[in-house]
Design a protein around this ligand. Structure first.
Ligand code: C5P
Length: 227
């Protein structure tokens, strides 16, 4: 079997993983996996089907049979996520679904059901994988492992700027509380907790712009991929 190289980019919510991972993938012409979208999709599908977030067996079945397609951005088009035939790219990005995703993500059965689906993204010429456990669990043999961090207050501020346009009622202190709570759940869960792999390079993005982070990640990639 041909195995393709992987760049694993992990870290807490709001550390800049999504934007940075997409830009690195674009620069290299590699595939991109947004693993958080899978957990968000399970949470959204559960809501659509009236499945409670503590109904482990139903959530496992849902995760195993998730009918999803990732539409790649072409030309001027935006990338899209299609769940059961419906474009849910916007719907999975809400804070409500993000928080529900972090609850379903704490269930070992759900994580196991999504494992092979994530590994299937590893195809030539290579994959940039964004998540919490890319370097520790899903791709432990990844050629490059990056762990992005940033102060919680800065992460809440970034989220606030993102959301404010669409929702004038959004409050910074609510976002900070939610981010802190989500960090706690992601870090303390017994299965695949959020933590850097032993061989990961940690980059603190608190005072860096996106371009600066992309440059640093590219520098690590060039060094590691050349070995
Ligand atoms: O990265 P994003 O905010 O989209 O992820 C939503 C939630 O999914 C996270 O808070 C986390 O609980 C979960 N997640 C995870 N493992 C991943 C990616 C996301 O547990 N690899």
């Amino acid at each position: 079997m041909v195995t393709a190289p992987v760049i694993a980019i992990d870290g807490p919510s709001g550390a800049g993983k999504g934007t940075v991972s997409q830009q690195v993938a674009q620069r290299l012409g590699w595939h991109f996996l947004d693993s958080g979208a899978l957990y968000r999709l399970v949470a959204l599908a559960a809501r659509n089907h009236g499945i409670a977030l503590d109904n482990v067996e139903a959530l496992r079945t849902l995760a195993a049979h998730l009918d999803v397609q990732f539409r790649v951005a072409e030309g001027d088009g935006q990338p899209g996520v299609i769940l059961e035939g419906e474009d849910v790219s916007g719907a999975i990005r809400s804070e409500e679904i993000g928080n529900a995703a972090s609850r379903v993500a704490a269930l070992p059965a759900v994580r196991a059901a999504l494992l092979e689906r994530q590994r299937a993204f590893r195809v030539p010429p290579g994959l940039v994988a964004d998540g919490r456990d890319m370097g520790t669990v899903v791709f432990p043999d990844a050629e490059v492992k990056i762990f992005l961090v940033a102060d919680a207050a800065e992460r809440a501020r970034r989220r606030y700027l993102q959301l404010k346009g669409g929702d004038p009622d959004v409050r910074l202190e609510d976002l900070l509380r939610e981010i802190t709570e989500r960090d706690r759940r992601d870090t303390e869960r017994s299965v695949a907790p959020l933590k850097p792999a032993a061989d990961a390079v940690t980059i603190d993005t608190t005072s860096l712009g996106v371009d600066q982070v992309v440059e640093r990640v590219m520098a690590v990639c060039e060094e590691r991929l050349a070995q």
